[in-house]
Design a protein around this ligand. Structure first.
Ligand SMILES: O=C[C@H](O)[C@H](O)COP(=O)(O)O
Ligand SMILES: C=C(OP(=O)(O)O)C(=O)O
Length: 355
């Protein structure tokens, strides 16, 4: 009897609903389609300088509680209306978390946060939330981490990130080259910009790679290349990179590589030394750079939730604190509102005359 040669480390396999069946169960409504089309177009126009505003990707580090996400979204919608002439708000709806080692990998992977890994439920819950948000008129963003999940969810997304841990990955560059929205590439976790610049060169090119189609069949995916890649500065190696010198260095690097001078600053992660309460200071610094004539900063990212901080996932989930992140710490709603209103007040006169 020959010994087993395959799947030695695989415990089980389970066939999932196909992307097209999930779409049939939860189709894109007209109102949702309008939100996504408007969201994507607005961001493209900001990157092309046809729209004078800046866009701000803002919201929880990760979504674990759909009710809290909807509560946050209602607040964001009201705030959005107050600042929409200057700042275009895009909600962070992050379902897939890249972990430095191990940990909860997000709502799609483990929606009940109990290691039951009900991915089929995660896809349903995630799509339903994205649909509800799109119907409310809220443009959404996510981290495109898993190369299969875009088939299920990306029709509802207006902006995507490729994270610091995957910017150098060919798989993620290939995937991003086929995404229908603009994509921000983070600098590496060590603060290095080269990986993001190389990613931008790669993502704008056509690629052919293995993927799945709507019917779930393994397919050769041929992409045309995505012309709307840009860099996201998030700091690294214990050092921030949002200061005017780092921004000037980034501009020079983009110029040398003949890439569009489009920079987003992530106010969180290493740019705030992982201290969420420092995010308003980072944002204020970036806003001042724009006031002083910077032309390349087109967007910001902010990790914000209803309540401040973060919490470990308790074994008894009834102990979870409402509206508090279970991944990175976030600023609370009051601080969020003040930060965005301040940004609006400072930028409202200058942005229309920026370029
Ligand atoms: O933004 C989220 C986190 O910084 C990222 O997922 C890494 O988290 P970890 O270092 O806690 O695993
Ligand atoms: C994981 C994230 O960021 P980074 O890739 O910069 O660590 C994030 O924005 O959720």
């Amino acid at each position: 009897m020959p010994t087993k040669i395959n799947n030695l480390n695989v415990e089980s396999q389970e066939v999932l609903i196909t992307p097209s069946d999930l779409h049939k169960e939860m189709p894109l409504t007209l109102a949702a389609r309008h939100t996504v089309e408007t969201g994507r177009e607005t961001i493209r126009n900001i990157l092309d300088r046809k729209d004078h505003r800046i866009f701000v990707v803002i919201g929880p580090c990760s979504i674990h509680d759909v009710d809290a996400a909807l509560d946050y979204a209602k607040r964001l919608k009201r705030l959005s209306e107050q600042v929409s002439d200057t700042v275009y708000l895009v909600m962070r709806v992050y379902f897939e978390k890249p972990r430095t080692t191990v940990g909860w990998k997000g709502l799609i992977n483990d929606p009940y946060m109990d290691d039951s890994f009900k991915i089929q439920d995660g896809l349903h819950i995630g799509r339903k939330l994205l649909l509800d948000l799109a119907e409310m008129g809220i443009p959404t963003s996510t981290e495109a981490l898993d190369p299969i999940s875009p088939q299920y969810l990306q029709d509802l997304i207006s902006w995507s990130a490729i994270g610091a841990r995957t910017t150098e990955s060919q798989t993620h560059r290939e995937m991003a080259s086929g995404l229908s929205c603009a994509v921000g590439f983070k600098n590496g976790t060590d603060g290095g910009l080269d990986v993001a610049v190389n990613a931008l060169k790669s993502v704008s090119s056509p690629h052919s790679f293995l993927g799945i189609n709507g019917e779930g069949q393994v397919s050769i995916i041929k992409t045309k290349g995505n012309g709307y890649g840009h860099v996201v500065l998030r700091g690294g190696n214990g050092k921030p990179n949002y200061d005017s010198v780092s921004i000037a260095q980034c501009e020079a690097t983009l110029d040398k590589a003949k890439l569009a001078p489009n920079i987003m600053v992530d106010c969180s992660h290493a740019n705030s030394n992982k201290d969420a309460s420092l995010q308003p200071l980072v944002a204020a610094n970036v806003v001042n750079q724009i006031l002083e004539g910077n032309q390349s900063i087109v967007g910001l990212m902010i990790e914000s939730h209803i309540n401040f901080g973060n919490q470990n996932i308790p074994s008894d989930l009834s102990q979870l604190k409402y509206g508090v992140s279970v991944t990175d710490a976030c600023i609370d709603w009051q601080t969020t509102e003040k930060m965005i209103l301040d940004m609006h007040d400072k930028l409202k006169d200058i942005l229309p005359n920026r370029n």
